[in-house]
Ligand binder design. Structure first.
Ligand SMILES: [Zn+2]
Length: 489
């Protein structure tokens, strides 16, 4: 610990003496500051606090719009607005004693309602040691508020100290200054990363520096940036670096110009692999359905046919179409026949087949239940007051569900397959009317429910206990025998 402290003290001292801000730092900040502005709706018109131009519009307050003069996108606020502020991180990667340091600044912009303009301030408050799990140094401008670190802009930076708290490390995300990167990365593992090319205009986009530095370590990152496939560089870990274009991207090199021109995303590439096209509008159309769904549809028909069918019929729900195709296949429809492959009314066809499937399944279940009944009917049991008997069909379960307002109907599959037994306990005087729904597993009553999933009465419990002991488990003792005799009399 002592050694580390000494090393850190030395590092902190060295930073104090040698850390400088780049010559174009202020120029860069003034670019970023432009993002911190509003459009103020006055009587005379809409006033942009960035370019100080007034213009006409009818856009609503609290929506965003592009200023027609400076073309920046800002929120619209009323001229009654008194208070408004922005806080954003600005990041710079620096180097000292061969250590890469992530320097974290805060840009704070406060609205002056009298002048209708923003006053900006940028101060540094944290430094993270990239090679040491991003351990954080902080100066005296930071205090911990509810919810996280709070930066005081009008304090001096004071002393830098190692931040030892577990929570509230600064988030290493923000606007990232890029002009020093090539220089700073010299003789580091990032020397060839081309990260300075990856960060493109506008320089006011948020980056997670920690995430970016992790990805930029992959050798494919450099290759992807060099190819200007920036959106794919985000997923550098998922690409090979060796071999042909086809091998790396899963698509012919003929598509490279198209990919570069539109800076295609990982999702778009996944679709290109199953449907090569140079039509960006079509690619974006297909993207809405998702690669996973398209792959499934492709098992039934060519995607060209699918596109034609969906566009002509103005359809949108590819999931419904896949469900329909799966129903049709199960029911043995001839999907080579266009009438079935592309139904005129998809929704209607889908609903019809769904019903048919349900009927087929119910029939299957009923057959299985019939087979099980031979054994289960041996457990029918009756006293003077109550009787208990197994459900005889899927329809029985539906009826019980409706009478009892419970969900026993959904147990059909499990019941048919023998994963549970379902019995109805009723009054001898009124066997049509539901009383208790009973689920049995391994000869044990595991659920007993009266109407609306209510609890059973003392008498009902006694009856069920007797039935469980005597009938299901053949446990006949003296006490049970007496009750049985009484019941039979
Ligand atoms: Zn403007």
């Amino acid at each position: 610990m002592g050694y580390i402290n000494k090393w850190l003290q030395n590092l902190i001292q060295d930073m104090k003496e040698n850390f400088k801000l780049p010559k174009d730092w202020n120029k860069y900040l003034s670019e970023v500051e432009k993002e911190h502005n509003l459009i103020i709706k006055n009587k005379a018109g809409y006033y942009c606090t960035n370019c100080q131009q007034t213009f006409k519009s009818n856009r609503k307050i609290d929506t965003e719009m592009n200023c027609p003069h400076c073309n920046h996108k800002f929120l619209i606020k009323s001229n009654r607005l008194k208070k408004y502020w922005y806080r954003d991180n600005v990041l710079m990667i620096d180097k000292i004693q061969d250590q890469l340091i992530l320097r974290i600044f805060e840009l704070y912009s406060n609205y002056n309602s009298d002048k209708q303009e923003f006053e900006h301030s940028t101060v540094e408050y944290a430094r993270q040691l990239i090679y040491h799990q991003y351990r954080e140094l902080r100066n005296e401008r930071v205090s911990i508020n509810q919810g996280g670190p709070f930066v005081h802009h009008y304090e001096h930076e004071g002393k830098w100290r190692l931040y030892d708290g577990y929570y509230y490390e600064s988030v290493p995300a923000g606007f990232l200054y890029k002009n020093n990167l090539k220089q700073v990365f010299k003789n580091t593992e990032y020397e060839h990363s081309r990260m300075w090319q990856y960060i493109r205009k506008p320089y006011t986009e948020y980056y997670n520096a920690k995430e970016l530095l992790r990805i930029a370590k992959c050798s494919s990152f450099e290759t992807l940036v060099e190819l200007k496939l920036y959106n794919l560089a985000k997923y550098a870990e998922m690409f090979w670096t060796e071999g042909s274009f086809q091998h790396i991207f899963g698509i012919s090199k003929d598509y490279y110009e198209f990919m570069r021109k539109h800076n295609i995303t990982k999702d778009q590439l996944d679709i290109l692999k199953i449907y090569p096209t140079k039509d960006i509008k079509l690619l974006k159309y297909l993207e809405k359905f998702g690669e996973y769904n398209l792959r499934q549809i492709k098992e039934y028909t060519k995607l060209d046919n699918f596109i034609k069918y969906f566009k002509e019929n103005k359809l949108k729900d590819s999931r419904m179409y896949i469900d329909y195709l799966e129903f049709a296949e199960k029911l043995g429809f001839d999907l080579k026949n266009k009438k079935y492959l592309f139904p005129e009314n998809l929704k209607q066809a889908h609903d019809e087949l769904e019903q048919q499937i349900e009927m087929v399944e119910q029939e299957k279940n009923n057959k299985l239940i019939q087979k099980r009944l031979k054994k289960l009917e041996k457990n029918i049991f009756k006293t003077k007051e109550f009787i208990i008997f197994p459900a005889t069909s899927a329809g029985d379960l539906v009826d019980e569900s409706q009478q009892q307002h419970n969900c026993v109907r959904t147990y059909v599959d499990r019941y048919a397959k023998g994963r549970c037994d379902i019995y109805f306990m009723r009054e001898v005087e009124n066997t049509k009317k539901s009383l208790v729904t009973v689920e049995v597993v391994d000869n044990k009553v595991i659920q007993k429910r009266t109407k609306n999933n209510g609890p059973t009465s003392k008498e009902q419990n006694e009856f069920l206990k007797l039935w469980e002991d005597v009938v299901l488990n053949q446990k006949i003792n003296k006490a049970n025998k007496r009750i049985l005799e009484y019941a039979a009399s």
